[in-house]
Design a protein around this ligand. Structure first.
Ligand code: AMP
Ligand code: ZN
Length: 468
């Protein structure tokens, strides 16, 4: 069917869904406290590419993606030394409520995905609306001895209770040092430094807290993905995607939670997307080099130029974005749309089997989009292939690439190419008509007809079209 790089197995692996004809995929979603930058969006594009390619194989694809609107602490000490909830911090900064912040940025996220042709998830549960699920899950983990309650009302997962910890990232428990930067300072209530909070006790009265059998508080960030994935996709999930930085601790912790609950390996394949750099440095708010889709629009670039710029590299390669790269991608998209519109006016012909096999073969081989695009460019230039076949092939490939290549059909004037020599004859004929030399004009019209160019005279002058 198709293959993808499985981070845990460390190899490119055949993907065969566990249920016949149906692929279930979970993809880590946004924390909705700011605009997504195009680096974030590349991570979300990964699951869209997998989905579109799987659908081409006739699979029905079910995707669940969380919306984090509570519980994501700013772990990076440089951003927030207090470990404050990202949404609450932003609400304070903007003088709004947490709910207003979350709603606004969730909508912005949906609009960005739409602009990039990233299909919406079938389920996109919000963390704040899934608290019951999380409480139920934490209760089960306590009951089965995988989690413990501290005096503070916080609940921790006991990392040592899960033997296979570290299988995705290679960060095994015995090699993890206390105070690793992802976990912040070692919390004295933990039994072991690598344990993590499933639930954080908090004073009641703090915004975004809930009551539980252990006291008031809010969920830890890793909790929601297990609770939601098990609820919406079940105990067998074909693919789980996310950005490469989520391998550890987020995905290790999630895997430990889900597997301990289900008593089996829940996720069959972990797939991770590499980072976007901008002008040589990882795109991040803290670096100050973020590019938003709004920045592309301000420069008159189609948002899909970001999609094409991403596709020029395989998802698990780092990608260095620059303005010239985005401008080049924009020009390519416009040219392709124009070509597709022109080819669409030509007689219909079947898809070009050789090129289609090369392009789809590359997509099936671990989403090798650079190779697919090279073949597509070759097809564009190949003079042996009839326009109708080019049209069919581009249209079929665009089901996966989703660059809206058929957008200009019927919209733009057709830029038909004149056969060699026709331009000179047309110019001569225009001059002959100006001289009222109608014999010469008729002779030249006959000459043009032999080249396949039909000429008619209109009040505005002569007009030509290519004879079919
Ligand atoms: P964050 O908003 O930092 O939680 O990131 C949301 C998603 O975007 C996660 O899946 C990250 O792995 C991913 N991500 C963050 N920065 C980048 C980047 N520069 N390039 C690609 N993905 C990123
Ligand atoms: Zn997640």
């Amino acid at each position: 069917m198709f293959r993808l790089y499985d981070t845990r197995l460390r190899s490119v692996t055949e993907i065969t869904p566990a249920r016949r004809g149906e692929l279930r995929m979970y993809t880590c979603g946004p924390t909705v406290y700011r605009f997504a930058h195009v680096g974030n969006l590349r991570s979300y594009l990964l699951s869209d590419l997998i989905r579109r390619n799987a659908e081409r194989h006739g699979l029905s694809v079910i995707v669940c993606q969380n919306i984090t609107d509570v519980g994501h602490l700013a772990d990076d000490a440089e951003i927030d030394p207090e470990g404050e909830d990202k949404i609450l911090a932003q609400a304070r900064a903007e003088g709004k409520t947490a709910l207003e912040i979350a709603q606004f940025y969730e909508e912005a996220f949906r609009a960005d995905c739409l602009a990039l042709n990233i299909s919406p998830a079938d389920y996109s549960p919000r963390a704040s609306e899934s608290i019951d699920l999380m409480i139920e899950m934490i209760g089960k983990l306590i009951e089965s001895g995988h989690a413990y309650v501290a005096d503070t009302g916080s609940v921790y997962f006991d990392a040592t209770s899960f033997d296979d910890y570290g299988a995705i990232s290679g960060n095994r428990l015995d090699s993890l040092r206390p105070g690793h930067r992802f976990e912040g300072n070692v919390d004295e209530h933990k039994r072991f430094h690598a344990d993590w909070a499933l639930w954080k006790g908090a004073p009641s009265g703090r915004e975004l807290t809930w009551d539980t059998p252990w006291g008031t508080g809010f969920p830890g960030w890793h909790t929601e993905c297990s609770a939601m994935s098990l609820r919406y996709l079940g105990q067998v999930i074909d693919i789980h995607t996310g950005g490469i930085d989520l391998r550890f601790p987020h995905h290790e912790d999630e895997r430990a939670q889900s597997n301990s609950l289900a008593g089996r390996d829940v996720v069959r394949h972990w797939v991770h997307g590499e980072h976007v750099l901008f002008e040589g440095r990882k795109m991040a708010k803290s670096t100050g080099n973020v590019v938003l889709l709004a920045d592309l629009a301000a420069r008159g670039l189609d948002p899909l130029s970001a999609r094409l710029a991403f596709l020029e590299h395989r998802y698990r390669q780092q990608l260095n974005l620059t303005w010239p790269t985005l401008e080049a991608a924009d020009a390519t998209i416009r040219r392709w749309r124009e070509r597709v519109a022109t080819w669409a006016t030509e007689p219909s012909k079947p898809m070009c089997a050789d090129y289609a096999a090369r392009i789809f073969g590359a997509l099936d081989e671990d989403l090798d989009t650079p190779t697919a695009l090279r073949a597509l460019r070759e097809l564009e230039r190949d003079a042996r292939i009839p326009a109708g076949s080019k049209f069919e092939t581009f249209a079929a490939v665009d089901q996966v690439l989703a660059l809206d290549l058929a957008r200009d059909i019927g919209r733009t004037p057709i830029q038909a190419e004149l056969p060699a020599g026709a331009e000179d004859l047309l110019a001569e004929r225009a001059t002959a008509r100006a001289r009222k030399d109608f014999d010469a004009s008729d002779r030249l019209r006959a000459g043009l007809a032999e080249l396949g160019v039909a000429v008619v005279d209109t009040p505005e002058g002569q007009s030509w079209s290519l004879a079919r």
